[in-house]
Design a protein around this ligand. Structure first.
Ligand code: MN3
Length: 311
C-alpha cells in the first residue's frame, strides 16, 4: 500500500503532532466478478451495518483510541491500528455489496425491449418500459429505490446503523473483552454467511473477513493474555477447521490470520503486545508487520441510466 522509500522520517516528522488519516485508492482484498445477486448483497448488509458489522468495529476501535488515557501506548496503538484497518473493511464490504447489486435490474440500455421506434434505445423506461421492475422482487427495495443499486448503512433487516452499538468505556480490560466478543460474533456471522451463497464475489469478501476476524481475535486475546488471561483451547471462536473452506484455506496458508499492520506513517508500538505465540495455542506465531499490504485496484462502477446515476 505504501512505498517504504517514500516514507522517510522527514515526511513523517511533519505529521508527528497531527492526528489525521491518509488514504490510498486501493482495496484491501480482491473482489472477483460473478453474477449480480441482490439477496446475497442484502445478507452482506449485516456484515456492514449490523450490530456486529464492520461499521461498528471501525467506530468502536476509533473511539476507544480517541478516548484512551494514560501511558498504555502499545495498547492504544494496537486498538487504533485495527480501527484503521476496519475503515478498509467498510470500504471492501460496501464495494462488494455494490458489485452484487449492480446490474441486478438487468437493464442493458435497450429500453427493456419496449422502446418505441425512433426513440433512443438509451432512454431508460422509454415507451413506458419498466427497467427497474426487479426492485419489486429484491429483499430490500431501498437498494434500487433509495440508492442506485448500491450499499446502505443498514443491517440485513434494513435497520439503520446505530452509534449506540459502540462500546468505549475507558477501562482497557473491559474494552478488550468487548472487542474480542465483537470479533468472535462477527466471525460467527460471517461463517453463517459463507454457507448462504457460493457466489464468487460474495465468497471472496466473506472468506477474507473470516480470516481477518480470526487475526483480530488474536489481537485482543493477546492483549488480554499480556494482562494475565490464559485462553487454553478456547480460541478462535467459532472453533472449527476453517481450512475445509477452500477460499479461507488459501488466505490462512498465506498467514493472513496471524498478521496485524498498524497503517500508521509515524510508526507504532503495537508490536510490543502483538508478538510471540498465538493465543489460539496452536503452535503458530503472531507477526506485527511494518509493510502494509499492497491492496488491489478499485473498479469504477458503470453509469446506471435507469437509476439516473450520475446524470
Ligand atoms: Mn473487520
Amino acid at each position: 500500500m505504501f512505498d517504504s522509500s517514500r516514507r522517510g522520517r522527514s515526511t513523517i516528522n511533519h505529521y508527528e503532532k497531527e492526528f489525521m488519516f491518509f488514504h490510498v485508492q486501493r482495496l484491501i482484498n480482491e473482489i472477483p466478478t460473478d453474477e449480480p445477486n441482490p439477496a446475497a448483497a442484502n445478507a452482506l448488509q449485516e456484515g456492514l451495518g449490523g450490530q456486529f458489522g464492520e461499521m461498528r468495529t471501525m467506530m468502536q476501535y476509533l473511539f476507544q483510541s480517541f478516548n484512551a488515557r494514560g501511558d498504555a501506548k502499545p495498547y492504544k496503538d494496537l486498538i487504533q491500528g485495527v480501527g484503521i484497518e476496519e475503515i478498509s473493511h467498510v470500504e471492501l464490504i460496501a464495494t462488494t455489496i455494490n458489485h452484487l447489486l449492480d446490474g441486478s435490474s438487468r437493464y442493458q440500455g435497450n429500453g427493456n425491449g419496449k422502446a418505441k421506434a425512433g426513440r433512443s434505445e438509451k432512454v431508460p423506461g422509454a415507451g413506458g418500459g419498466t427497467p427497474l421492475s426487479e426492485a419489486l422482487n429484491v429483499p430490500n427495495i431501498h437498494h434500487l429505490l433509495v440508492a442506485p443499486q448500491c450499499a446502505l448503512p443498514v443491517d440485513a433487516a434494513g435497520n439503520p446503523w446505530s452509534g449506540s452499538y459502540v462500546y468505549a468505556s475507558g477501562n482497557l480490560t473491559l474494552d478488550l473483552l468487548y472487542n474480542l466478543m465483537l470479533e468472535a460474533t462477527g466471525r460467527l456471522q460471517k461463517c453463517r454467511l459463507y454457507e448462504m451463497s457460493d457466489n464468487k464475489t460474495f465468497r471472496a469478501t466473506v472468506s477474507f473477513l473470516i480470516v481477518r476476524d480470526h487475526a483480530h481475535e488474536m489481537v485482543f486475546a493477546k492483549a488480554l493474555e499480556s494482562l494475565g488471561v490464559n485462553w487454553g483451547k478456547t480460541l478462535p471462536i467459532p472453533n472449527f477447521e476453517a481450512r475445509d473452506w477452500p477460499e479461507v484455506k488459501k488466505l490462512m496458508d498465506q498467514g493472513i490470520h496471524l498478521k496485524q499492520h498498524h497503517f500508521r506513517l509515524d510508526g507504532s508500538e503495537m508490536g510490543a503486545v502483538f508478538q510471540g505465540s498465538s493465543p489460539a495455542n496452536d503452535g503458530t506465531e503472531l507477526e506485527a508487520t511494518e509493510e502494509a499490504p499492497d491492496g488491489f485496484p478499485i473498479e469504477d462502477l458503470p453509469e446506471r441510466p435507469e437509476e439516473f446515476a450520475p446524470g
